[in-house]
Design a protein around this ligand. Structure first.
Ligand code: FES
Length: 94
């Protein structure tokens, strides 16, 4: 089971999630309640997270992430709503 470590407002939230989990979907059903998100469709950027470690297990950014994040992609930012978590990952969301 992938372990998700989320840094947020000086706190670290750590939780196991099922394989191939989408954190925004989990947040929507109150199973990952700390995550901030909005549209769930790659349009608002409220779910933006910075990947601190484990990013190598993520797929390449899709066109929505490329359109909405632009240069921030190269700084490690991703849209959580577009990600399916396969492996341990450490994220930061401010
Ligand atoms: S929740 Fe709106 S872009 Fe991810």
């Amino acid at each position: 089971m992938p372990n998700v470590k989320l840094h947020q407002n000086g706190q670290i939230i750590q939780q196991e999630v099922g394989p191939n989990s989408n954190l925004v979907v989990l947040a929507g059903i109150k199973k990952f309640p700390h995550l901030k998100y909005g549209c769930g469709m790659g349009k608002c950027t409220r779910c933006t997270v910075k990947v601190l470690s484990g990013g190598e297990s993520l797929p390449e950014p899709n066109w929505k992430e490329q359109k909405m994040l632009g240069d921030k992609l190269s700084q490690g930012y991703r849209l959580a709503c577009q990600l399916y978590i396969q492996d341990d990952i450490e994220l930061c969301q401010e």
